[in-house]
Write a protein that binds this ligand. Structure first.
Ligand SMILES: [Mg+2]
Length: 230
């Protein structure tokens, strides 16, 4: 058995970010009665929100806007599209979204079964880019915490994936050496190239069958396939 330590990413690898986000947006749509206010159905609202959110995230990543601005503006701009210009409401929606999201529990098919089996043979750990408060709630609520020995959250370190430092830090915390470690994640840059840079093997979880442009150690398109590799 070559590997002893398996490092997992959380969002979009085990925790179904898109499905959970959709659920929160539906709840929000109903709670704030957006149908009456903007005369639209939830799908139209969500589709437009996604497009606006995507554009704002691109600006946030390059430092053009702050996280606070992003959090409210994505709803403010969506509402404005439907002639509802209400900053106070948008702010409440932004707060609702951030507060409620981590309580959603949808995981990708096979997550628990896989972790049950692997945890008998390996030490499992998490390396995630995110905020501590949110990520711990997600792990607890979706009943994942018990499978992981070390949980490394970028906010608690000085680095984010793909920085080599966060991988070194994670291995040090886990008492792992690189030859016995493997990174499992969906993000080609953050998880796969990041791990590859420090000499760690990788399993790319490529649910959408997109093209990598280079060869990760292993590629799977479902979690069940990971069992065949390990
Ligand atoms: Mg991810």
């Amino acid at each position: 058995m070559k590997y002893k330590h398996l490092f997992f990413d959380l969002d979009r690898t085990l925790w179904n970010f898109e499905a959970n986000s959709e659920e929160v947006l539906e709840d929000m749509f109903n709670k704030f009665d957006i149908t009456t206010l903007a005369c639209i159905d939830s799908q139209e609202f969500i589709d437009n929100y996604r497009e606006i959110n995507h554009g704002l995230w691109a600006k946030y990543r390059v430092g053009e806007i702050t996280k606070e601005f992003l959090s409210t503006e994505r709803f403010h701009a969506t509402l404005r599209l439907f002639d509802v210009d209400n900053f106070g409401l948008a702010k409440k929606m932004g707060e609702f979204y951030v507060k409620e999201s981590p309580y959603k529990k949808q995981l990708f098919p096979g997550t628990i079964e896989l972790l049950e089996k692997l945890s008998n043979k390996y030490k499992l750990h998490i390396i995630t880019n995110g905020f501590s408060e949110v990520q711990y709630i997600k792990l607890e609520q979706s009943k994942l915490s018990k499978y992981f020995t070390e949980i490394i959250i970028s906010e608690e370190t000085d680095w984010k994936k793909p920085s080599p430092e966060i991988f070194h830090y994670a291995m040090q915390k886990a008492g792992a050496i690189v030859e016995e470690s493997i990174m499992i994640g969906d993000d080609l840059k953050a998880d796969i190239k990041g791990a590859s840079e420090v000499g760690m093997d990788q399993i790319w979880v490529n649910f959408d069958n997109t093209y990598a442009g280079f060869k990760p150690t292993y590629t799977v398109d479902s979690l069940m396939q990971i069992e065949e590799i390990l």
